[in-house]
Design a protein around this ligand. Structure first.
Ligand code: PLP
Length: 377
């Protein structure tokens, strides 16, 4: 089968470097499909790549958030702060623990929740904060840190977009907070489906490992020689299958390409978009970030522009419709004027590693023409 470069038609697409198919076939032939030594090798390689002592693989980014929240002791009666401006998975992971989501505002420039917005959302019931590293950009909560620490509030980063990004001089995941990555189909690194938790302590790592595998104390690889096993407590079945880990290992070996290509594409968009009136590119701090999205705010007529571009085969998207306006979460609605405005303005441009600079040029010239045709009417 030939791969057609459909560059600008797709908002996002997985990118395969080549060795994934052989790695997947090898894992298939080995006969071990669930959590296996391959999964553990992927955990080790991710930990080594980041420079952290340990990493815990799970079935998805959503499962990573769910397990990390449970391991931090979050449950019914607790409130967890998150931006409304995120994928609904962040909020669903909180609901899965029995805790209550508390939606926070975002900064208009970064589209992330910073210290001001976190402190504003704080209540006596707050037990955790889930900052979302929107588009891959690291979040700095240092101004809120003293208050969060004094109240024993855990920070669990939703870094689904941010694998490989830096927070200052350190990779996201190495700064001392619990960090959750997604390796879903369109993320910076893909396992097909998968997720990873970076725990703070060996004890927390152990808690995450039990929670991901039905509460069983012994690891799947160590209990092969035992006549029994110990179910120590509550647990989910959200291990990362070896088939997915095999894909992830092949992807990780080529991650430097993702890093370079994503920065290059984002910079090409930035150069081409800067003089288009009424379109504001969201700054991802590209020097420190492996961009996951190219998000713009369309100051007037977003829906019209969106439809016109879609009709011309440009794969634009809207990441994300605010969650506090969704039927599932309306009981936790609070007025969030910045988020609501961004929700009306946001548009994501096609952004994935199959694209070329000719594709970004095509997208930006379609944006330019559509807007000027409209202005002339
Ligand atoms: C993708 C994503 C998730 C969930 O990850 P899955 O691997 O799809 O479960 C969570 N939060 C954000 C912001 C995401 O983009």
């Amino acid at each position: 089968m030939t791969t057609t470069n459909l560059g600008f038609n797709h908002n996002a697409r997985p990118f395969l470097y080549g060795p994934e198919e052989a790695a997947l076939c090898e894992a298939l032939r080995s006969g071990y499909y669930n959590h296996s030594a391959v999964t553990e090798r992927f955990e080790d390689e991710v930990a080594r790549f980041l420079g952290v002592p340990d990493a815990v693989a799970v079935a998805s980014g959503t499962a990573a958030l769910h397990v990390a929240l449970l391991a931090a002791g979050i449950g019914p009666g607790d409130e967890v702060i998150l931006p409304s401006f995120t994928f609904c998975a962040t909020a669903q992971a909180i609901l899965a623990t029995g805790a209550t989501p508390r939606f926070a505002e975002i900064d208009q420039r970064t589209l992330c929740t910073g210290s001001t917005q976190v402190l504003d959302a704080l209540t006596p019931h707050t037990r955790a904060v889930l900052p979302v590293l929107y588009a891959g950009r690291a979040v700095d909560l240092s101004d809120a840190r003293p208050v969060l620490t004094a109240r024993g509030i855990t920070v669990i980063e939703d870094a689904a977009h941010a694998f490989g990004s830096f927070n200052g001089h350190r990779r996201v995941g190495t700064t001392g907070d619990v960090t959750c990555f997604s390796f879903g189909p369109i993320k910076n690194l893909t396992c097909g489906q998968g997720g990873m938790i970076i725990p703070r302590t060996p004890k927390e790592a152990d808690a995450c490992r039990r929670l991901r595998s039905l509460g069983i104390a012994e690891s799947a690889t160590s209990r092969a020689d035992l006549t029994t096993y110990t179910v120590g407590g509550f647990g989910l079945r959200v291990q990362m299958p070896s088939l997915n880990a095999a894909i992830g290992l092949a992807q990780l070996a080529h991650f430097a390409q993702a890093e370079a290509k994503r920065k290059e594409l984002w910079r090409a968009y930035a150069a081409a978009l800067h003089d288009i009136d009424g379109v504001v590119l969201t700054d991802v701090d590209v020097d420190h970030t492996v961009p996951h999205l190219c998000a713009v705010r369309v100051l007037r007529g977003r829906d019209r522009l969106f439809r016109a571009l879609r009709e011309r085969g440009i794969g634009v998207g809207t990441h994300y419709p605010p969650n506090h306006l969704q039927p599932a979460f309306e009981q936790w609605h609070r007025p969030l004027p910045v988020t609501e405005q961004i929700g009306r303005e946001i548009m994501t441009l096609p952004f994935h590693q199959h694209m070329t600079e000719a594709d970004t040029d095509r997208v930006t010239s379609e944006v330019r023409h559509t807007l000027s045709a409209e202005a002339a009417r």
